[in-house]
Design a protein around this ligand. Structure first.
Ligand code: ASP
Ligand code: MG
Length: 414
């Protein structure tokens, strides 16, 4: 019998205290005792990353990315070492590994670096010696030897990258969330648990603020065909498998509804409408690694147009500074910025084959008297930007409109 390799990733809430870490160690040990090889990836304990960032904020409101990464990477280092110590205390051979020890090589975009290469020689050797590797998630090292991090929530991506490069049988993501739901149960009490979902749908949900998985981790899992399962670290059987589209049997048009709060918009008013304008406006943002999401350019009147786009609120200040400069350069009349907006999205593989999905969503919003400010659609999702105060109401309305409420589906679930 070939021994299969399982990658287990434990998120911050699963390792929040030494007691939690002890519980995790037992789970890891029992996976091993059952005859598997296991490698572990951990996040920082509890809210450690936030606490470290707060310390930096007490000193400076603009710490350099390089030092910020050096600071927050310690959170995962502490946790990996503590888990290795716990495993040793239980009589298992274990070894903690930092990103730079693997090494996991990234580009040099500090605070949201992307993986260039995961080297596996060292970890393969450790596994062959029957030692349990405990990898510090979220962190890597740049080609010039600086510590980097993969963006908030990035430990998931470390885990999937490891699973892909080691050709693991599966990647288990343990979290305090009880699997993946059709909507956030705190917002929508009628949300249902999803047992199986396609990579593509999960990618949309993850990208839209369903905070279960780091988007990049789902992208990687799809690219390298890593079977991914989200499990609760506190027991229970509410697992969610993330697999290929063809393997998802249940055929609902919409799989879930999300609310993204970290959204801001910037508008440039009365922009001279000529070739190259969109590029002029957006390229400084691309250079600063700011993700622009929705873009609307109004039809031009008298050679002028308005240009509006959305970005993550965390990048708003930086974007405002950049766009202010562009506005002067291209002679726009003025720049407006707002962060009192949210994005509500309906996600599902059925969108591309079912006409009328968008209109059903718009109807459900209008029935609640909610005004839609911006719209975007793709094969797998329809998103509407609306006023922040209507966000939660909108999620419930859309959830109901697509028959996702528990009442409608109770039979399917039990
Ligand atoms: N500790 C990091 C964060 O809080 C990475 C992670 O949890 O995946 O974002
Ligand atoms: Mg997470």
């Amino acid at each position: 019998m070939t021994v299969s390799l399982i990658i287990q990733k434990y998120g911050g809430s699963s390792v929040a205290s030494t007691d939690h870490i002890r519980r995790v160690a037992m789970k890891v040990a029992s996976t091993k005792i059952q005859g598997n090889k296991v490698a572990v990836v951990v996040s920082a304990m509890g809210r450690q990353t936030d606490q470290l960032l707060n310390l930096a904020a007490e000193i400076s409101n603009n710490p350099s990315g390089r030092e910020q990464d050096a600071l927050v990477a310690t959170g995962e280092q502490v946790c990996a070492a503590l888990l290795a110590i716990t495993l040793e205390s239980l009589g298992h051979k274990a070894m903690s590994l930092m990103g730079l020890q693997l090494p996991l090589i990234t580009d040099n975009v500090h605070t949201k670096a992307r993986i260039i290469e995961m080297q596996t020689e060292r970890i393969e050797h450790i596994l062959s010696e029957d030692i349990i590797p405990v990898v510090a998630g979220f962190q890597g090292v740049t080609e010039s030897g600086c510590i980097s991090t993969l963006g908030r929530g990035g430990s998931d991506t470390t885990a999937v990258a490891l699973a892909a490069s080691l050709n693991a049988g599966c990647c288990e993501i343990y979290t305090d969330v009880n699997g993946v739901y059709t909507a956030d149960p705190n917002i929508c009490p009628k949300a249902r648990h999803i047992k199986i979902i396609s990579y593509q749908e999960m990618l949309e949900l993850a990208g839209l603020g369903a905070k279960v998985l780091h988007s990049r981790s789902v992208e990687l899992a799809q690219k390298y065909q890593v079977p991914l399962v989200v499990k609760s670290s506190f027991g229970g059987d509410k697992n969610t498998w993330i697999v290929n589209e063809e393997e998802v049997m249940e055929n609902s048009i919409i799989k879930g509804v999300t609310l993204e709060k970290d959204v801001s918009k910037i508008s440039l008013i009365r922009v001279p409408d000529r070739p190259g304008i969109a590029h002029k406006i957006l390229s400084p943002l691309a250079d600063a690694a700011i993700n622009v999401d929705m873009i609307i350019q109004n039809a031009s009147i008298d050679g002028y147009t308005d240009f509006t786009f959305t970005i993550p609120t965390t990048d708003l200040d930086k974007a405002k500074t950049l766009i202010d400069e562009v506005a002067r350069e291209i002679d726009a009349q003025k720049m407006l910025a707002a962060n009192n907006i949210v994005k509500v999205s309906a996600v599902g593989i059925g969108i591309k084959t079912n006409p009328g999905v968008a209109s059903r969503m718009f109807h459900s919003l209008s029935a609640e008297n909610i005004n839609i400010e911006m719209i975007s659609t793709s094969e797998y999702r329809i998103s509407c930007v609306i006023e922040e105060k209507y966000g939660e109401l909108a999620v419930r309305a859309v959830h109901k409109a697509f028959g996702l409420d528990k009442d409608n589906k109770e039979k399917a679930e039990t």
